[in-house]
Design a protein around this ligand. Sequence first.
Ligand code: HEM
Length: 522
Amino acid sequence: MDKQEKRTKDLTLTDRQGHPISDNQNIRTVGNRGPSTLENYHYIEKVSHFDREKIPERVVHARGAGAHGYFEAYGKVGNESIAKYTRAKLFQEAGNRTPVFVRFSTVVHGGHSPETLRDPRGFAVKFYTEEGNWDLVGNNLKIFFIRDPLKFPDMVHSFRPDPVTNLSNPERMFDFVSNSPEATHMITFLFSPWGIPANYRQMQGSGVNTYKWVNKEGQAVLVKYHWEPLKQEIKNLTQTEANEIQALNTSHATQDLYEAIKRENYPEWELCVQIMSDDEQPELDFDPLDPTKLWDHKQFPFLPVGKMVLNKNPDNYFAEVEQAAFGTGVLVDGLDFSDDKLLQGRTFSYSDTQRYRVGTNYLQLPINAPKTHVATNQRGGQMEYIVDKAADQNPHVNYEPSSLGGLKEAAPSGLEHEPVYNAKLVRQKLDRTNDFKQAGETFRNFENWEREELISNLVDALNVCVPQIQQKMIENFTNADPEYGRRVSEGLAHSKKSAHLGSVDAQEGAEIAEESGKQSDR
Ligand code: HEM
């Protein structure tokens, strides 16, 4: 076949069975205006595939953009030997490169919602390490709204549109938040300019939850992960700036990432960790397992361990970005969970939703499959297609243990980390909840303009809420810092804005609440 023939063949349209299609414009009919026939195989295949082109959106973080790149280890943590803290192979050698895929996202709204919304941003990284995959599923902000996973579905429902009207109404969010004081700190970040990053490149990332690192001796430390932009400056938007962008472009962040990589202006982040000894840290006024808290960076410095560069756009959005599946349970040897309850709750949820959203064998898709040896007896299920096997494996033995040439357990790469427990099984909060102190510190640490934006954004949002919600929020802000509470309170008092449509329902809701309150009093 000469070059031209090959080119013609390569570009020839086929169906999914590889049959060349010579007419892609007309279905087969009896005469050119007669009925169509059922054997229109090409048409039926084409439209039935189209009918199934969508999969369920992610239940949160539906709107996203992704890119490929690599992580390069520094071979140390700060100036210390990294092996002292973790035996995870990807970190050990300076210059060791691990391929990565990153998906950035917004959280609350659907797959085509504007990327200018006030919302945390997802920052999920899949490391295809030589010891299997590691997913670091983080956000841009360093803390979270809640600390107990039981509250997550309620929290997300409250942030979503009203189930009757399908209209967004901040009253729903503030109803939940005002009754969840641990959210005061996160709300302080979210309603400040830090709640709208300018794009996905110019923002930080954080694992938020507390994890563990384990060394060869089985000793553990507590760690938090943070991504710090290296070349690109951190940039946030005021509400007015976001509104202006949103009026013209609802995909500005996806566009910014795609075009920057296309121009070879590759974004880079440094991965830093904060380390604490693996104990309750009774000297601190918060629990290190509480994801609503920052770890003071003066006391627990950010120690760099490597850098990440994103240098390749996906070839296909659906195959890679949409079907990518990240989860907090996806760790490599030397990285471990802590007893952070939110982390443990998350760890069930990710692979559970992915079996539903993508399918039982989602881990066989190229974007999710490890780029290393996989030898498992978990085969079967819809769309299973991998038939390869380990070189010496007896293909008849799909169970373990066996003496007939089946797969064998790996040799341990170090001692197990074996924490000791001696406590009652209970349903209780952590002791040191301290819901307001850090919210106050964050408020005071903002620059003046950031504080002004925060107050103005909160006043705008709280303006449509019924007075009892406003009052509870003011109390929570006052507990954080008296000036914070006073300024929100004054802003609301002076606000001349009329409540929007949602407040009609709010008024109705308040009446129902009052009525049910009366009934339960009786
Ligand atoms: C996505 C659950 C808290 C970051 C998701 C998804 C679920 C989920 C079900 C959709 C996954 C998929 O369809 O592939 C939960 C639960 C949480 C929780 C139950 C708390 C109990 C958090 C926190 C963070 C976070 C604290 C930040 C550290 C993300 C990110 C994604 C995500 C970045 C998008 C991943 C992607 O790009 O595919 N979460 N989440 N989540 N979550 Fe969470």
